[in-house]
Design a protein around this ligand. Structure first.
Ligand SMILES: Cc1ncc(COP(=O)(O)O)c(C=O)c1O
Length: 479
């Protein structure tokens, strides 16, 4: 049995590798001509129930299997017609950078090597974009769910000191409470749950007609908690709510956080990168005063999954929330075990992939202005969609369009059923894919335009598709 997994025949491997790369270029070049989504047939699913392979197989054959049973049945978010949830489309440059990163196979937990310099470079660029000072720290994580969780742990350490790390919350003798709007993403409550604080300690503050947190109600909730002997420790502002893309009044939240001495965190998963777009950046005023920001390069930043990111203003606090003195991670003055910045001191992960490379490549090759232009374009498409909905008597807009998300529905006697069925028909059709949500108890078709490949014709196809499916379901004509 061989013990080295490198190829015996490197020349043949190069040929096979180029074929695989070419297939992915073909895939990306031909996205528009293919269905966005196809359900994996039963036989394909069955193919993934085989016993553990013991014997080797030819790479070309396994690649063929990928081409036939995986590539055609993937999740569709790279397709220009994908508008569901909040998902980025990825780029060719990002794909190539991922290949290089996998080839290097660097472990970015720590030590002294250039990949960590690259991550630090992206941290510095993100600091610059968001107006954070030099001492601010940052790191890549899987996604904003993790970044919000890590920020919660940082804020918890700020409130209770490092004592909480060894003794837990019971040692603090108080109940920590956090605040966000009713429109907050579910991962923030889960972050409190995972931090041992408890999801119910997230106070969900009412929103105004623009889906922004009501600051007077927030102030009252903080006062009430303090009066009850609780310890308010974190205010979470949202820059781009998941349902409608609303941006809280971040300046007012920064003022209140400063006045009350509470950690001000911004969940910018969806919207923080709007700072790349000159026409949108002013809408985020106040974000530069946050104590921490979670964001996603894999959404509007177009990096392939995954590329979540956290920025923390007080780098020393960030370090204190995670640093340990494990002997097997001792630092040297020189050599491979040297280096001042070890990301394992700033988050839960020890082994980490080289996520920074795809963002570094994207910013270097496309430039920040091009990414900003994509963001602006997706918002322009959202405004066009809203205008088309407003002009069509059979459709109804359900929320103001703040950024790149449009929530609307087909009018009907039973809108719940009709709109859910419309979205299913669209998904099965494979041309456009919005998702569903619920706003003020009403079902909504939700189009989040995130992908740089989406064009006006996709917006028109969405409107036409919704109307055709509506006619079909109401028995007028086939969809
Ligand atoms: C506002 C908001 N916060 C957090 C998240 C979670 O981000 P991720 O999926 O990268 O973990 C999302 C995802 O859509 C989001 O829209």
């Amino acid at each position: 049995m061989r013990s080295n997994l490198d190829p015996d025949d490197w020349s043949a491997m190069r040929v096979q590798g180029r074929r695989m790369l070419d297939d992915m270029f073909d895939h990306l070049q031909g996205l528009r001509g293919e269905p966005l989504w196809r359900a994996p047939p039963a036989a394909v699913r069955q193919g993934f129930r085989e016993p553990l392979p013991q014997a080797p197989a030819d790479l070309a054959q396994v690649h063929q299997l990928f081409m036939e049973t995986i590539r055609p049945y993937s999740s569709g978010n790279a397709h220009p017609g994908f508008m569901g949830w909040v998902q980025g489309g990825g780029t060719v440059v990002g794909m190539l950078a991922e290949m290089l990163a996998a080839g290097l196979n660097a472990n970015l937990g720590g030590r002294d090597h250039a990949p960590l310099e690259v991550e630090q470079q992206v941290v510095a660029w993100t600091r610059e974009l968001l107006g954070f000072p030099n001492g601010a720290t940052g790191l890549f994580l899987t996604g904003a769910s993790q970044a919000n969780f890590v920020a919660t742990l940082v804020a918890r350490t700020r409130a209770l000191g490092t004592y909480v790390r060894s003794h837990g919350l019971a040692g603090g003798g108080t109940t920590l409470t956090a605040y966000a709007s009713q429109a907050v993403h579910g991962c923030v409550g889960r972050a409190l749950d995972m931090a041992g604080i408890g999801g119910n300690q997230l106070r969900r503050i009412p929103v105004d007609s623009g889906h922004r947190i009501q600051v007077p109600a927030l102030r009252a909730a903080i006062d009430a908690d303090r009066a009850a002997g609780n310890s308010p420790f974190m205010i979470v502002g949202t820059a781009g709510t998941v349902d409608v893309g609303a941006i809280d009044d971040l300046m007012a939240l920064a003022d209140l956080a400063q006045e009350t001495g509470i950690h001000f965190h911004v969940d910018g998963a969806l919207g923080a990168l709007a700072v790349l777009a000159p026409s949108l950046a002013p809408r985020l005023a106040g974000i530069e005063r946050a104590d921490s920001i979670a964001l996603d390069w894999h959404k509007w930043g177009q990096a392939p999954y995954d590329a979540g990111f956290l920025l923390v203003r007080d780098g020393e606090l960030h370090r204190r929330a995670f640093v340990d003195d494990a002997q097997y991670l001792r630092r040297a003055k020189q050599g491979l075990a040297a280096g001042e910045w070890w990301p394992c001191d700033y988050g839960p992960d020890l082994s980490r992939s080289f996520r920074a490379l795809k963002v570094w490549f994207s910013l270097k090759t496309y430039g920040a202005a091009a990414l900003g232009a994509v963001i602006e374009h997706t918002c322009a498409l959202a405004r066009d969609l809203a205008a088309q909905v407003a002009a069509e008597p059979r459709l109804e807009l359900l929320a103001p369009v703040s950024l790149n998300i449009v929530c609307f529905r087909h009018r009907a006697a039973d809108p719940e059923r009709l709109n859910s069925d419309i979205v299913e028909i669209l998904h099965r059709g494979g041309g456009v894919a919005p998702s569903l949500t619920r706003l003020d108890g009403r079902v909504a078709i939700r189009a989040a335009i995130v992908n740089h490949r989406t064009e006006s014709r996709d917006i028109e196809a969405l409107v036409a598709g919704v109307l055709a499916a509506g006619r079909h379901l109401e028995g007028e004509r086939p969809a």
